[in-house]
Design a protein around this ligand. Structure first.
Ligand code: FMN
Length: 343
C-alpha cells in the first residue's frame, strides 16, 4: 500500500518518502548579490534533518532583473554555485534529495528599474509597466534558463523545477491574459515554455527528472480553467516534463467570486485532474498540514508526492512528527530520538 512514508522513484530520483518541502522565497540575500547565506543553510538543512524526502530550494532567478526583490537567490553567475553546493551537500548528508526552482519574475520583478514581460501590461495599478521583450530577447531568455540549469547541476541538485506558475515569466507567456504578442511567442502561447523545457532538459543527465510548477487555474476575471491547464500541460509533457507540481493563481488581481485557499486541500482536485488526464506523476500542495489528510492524498492516488509549505515553516520536523502520528517507520536522528516517543 502506498502511503505518505512509502518510498517513491521517478527516473533516477529515489525518495525515501512522499513529503516535499515546496519552494518558499526567503528574501534573505542581505548582500543583494543572489548568493545563498547562512540563513538559507540553516533553513534548508533543518528540513533535511526534519525528514522531508525532497527539498525544493526557493525561486532562484536567471538574471538580476528576474528577481521579485533584490533579496532573492540567483543563478545568473558561477559565483552562485559554491553556497548552493554547501547547502545541497549538507541536505544530502541528512538523507534528503534536493531540487531548485529556476525562475524569472517577469512583470512581477518589483525592484527591477524596468521589468520585462511578454507584453507591456502591468500587474495592477500600483505596479510598474513592464517592457515587452523583443523576439531576439525571448530567445536569449531561453539561453539564460539553460545556463541557470547548468549551474544548478554543478551545485549538485537531484532534480530541477521550472517555475511555470503564480504569474511569473513562464506563466506570463502561457496565459492569454498576459501574452498579447503578435510574433511566434504570441501565436503559440506554449512556445516559450517548451523552448525553456527543451533547453534545460538538454543540460540534465538522462535519468534526472524535470518538474514544472504550474497554476492549474487562474483567479483573474476570465482566466483559464483546469481544461486549458490540461491542454498546455500536455504540450509541456511532450516537450520533456516528467512531473507536474500543481498550484494555482498568482497571475493578477483575484476576481470577486474566486477567493482561493479557504478550504484544506483546496488545490488537490487540480492535481488529481492533471494526473488522470495526462497519466503523469504530480505533486499536490496547499493546506495539507494535517498528517492524516496528507496521507489520504497519497493513499487515494490523487497525487504521488505531497508538498507541505507553511506548516514546515512552523515546524521543520513536520515529517518526523507526521510519521510518529501515523505510526509509520521513519529514521529519527539519534540526537532527537527522545523527542519522538513511539506510541
Ligand atoms: C513565505 C512563502 C514563500 C513562497 N515562495 C514561493 C516560491 O519561491 N515559489 C513558489 O512556487 N511558491 C512559493 N510559495 C508558495 C508555496 O510553495 C506553497 O505552494 C503555498 O504556501 C501553499 O502551500 P501550503 O498551504 O502548504 O503553505 C511561497 C509561500 C510562502 C508561504
Amino acid at each position: 500500500m502506498d502511503h505518505l512514508f512509502s518510498p517513491y522513484q521517478i527516473k533516477g530520483l529515489q525518495l525515501k518518502n512522499r513529503v516535499v518541502m515546496p519552494p518558499m522565497c526567503q528574501y534573505s540575500v542581505t548582500n543583494k548579490d543572489g548568493i545563498a547565506t547562512d540563513w538559507h543553510y540553516v533553513h534548508y538543512v533543518s528540513r533535511a534533518i526534519g525528514g522531508a524526502s525532497l527539498i525544493i530550494i526557493e525561486m532562484t532567478d536567471v538574471e538580476p532583473d528576474g528577481r521579485i526583490t533584490d533579496y532573492d537567490l540567483g543563478l545568473w553567475s558561477d559565483e552562485h554555485v559554491p553556497a548552493l553546493k554547501r547547502i545541497i551537500d549538507a541536505c544530502h548528508q541528512h538523507g534528503a534529495k534536493v531540487g531548485i526552482q529556476i525562475a524569472h519574475a517577469g512583470r512581477k520583478a518589483q525592484d527591477a528599474k524596468e521589468p520585462v514581460a511578454p507584453s507591456a501590461i502591468p500587474f495592477d495599478e500600483k505596479s510598474k509597466t513592464p517592457r515587452a521583450l523583443t523576439t531576439e530577447e525571448v530567445k536569449e531568455m531561453v539561453e539564460k534558463f539553460r545556463l541557470a540549469a547548468q549551474r544548478a547541476i554543478k551545485a549538485g541538485v537531484d532534480v530541477i523545477e521550472l517555475h511555470g506558475a503564480h504569474g511569473y515569466l513562464i506563466h506570463q507567456f502561457t496565459s492569454a491574459f498576459t501574452n498579447k504578442r503578435t510574433d511566434e511567442y504570441g501565436q503559440e502561447l506554449t512556445k516559450f515554455g517548451k523552448e525553456v523545457i527543451k533547453a534545460v532538459k538538454g543540460e540534465m543527465p538522462e535519468d534526472m527528472p524535470l518538474i514544472i510548477r504550474i497554476s492549474g487555474r487562474e483567479y483573474v476575471e476570465g482566466g483559464y480553467g483546469i481544461d486549458e491547464a490540461i491542454e498546455f500541460s500536455r504540450e509541456f509533457q511532450k516537450a520533456g516534463v516528467d512531473m507536474f507540481h500543481i498550484s494555482a493563481g498568482g497571475e493578477g488581481p483575484i476576481a470577486a467570486e474566486g477567493r482561493p485557499g479557504t478550504h484544506v486541500a483546496y488545490q488537490v482536485p487540480l492535481a488529481r485532474a492533471i494526473k488522470q488526464a495526462l497519466n503523469v506523476p504530480v505533486i499536490a500542495v496547499g493546506r495539507l498540514d494535517e498528517p492524516g489528510l496528507a496521507n489520504s492524498v497519497i493513499g487515494n492516488e490523487d497525487a504521488d508526492l505531497v508538498a507541505v509549505g507553511r506548516a514546515m515553516l512552523r515546524n521543520p520536523y513536520w515529517a518526523l512528527e507526521a510519521a510518529t502520528i501515523l505510526h509509520k517507520e521513519i529514521l529519527i536522528p539519534r540526537q532527537y530520538d527522545r523527542g519522538f516517543p513511539r506510541r
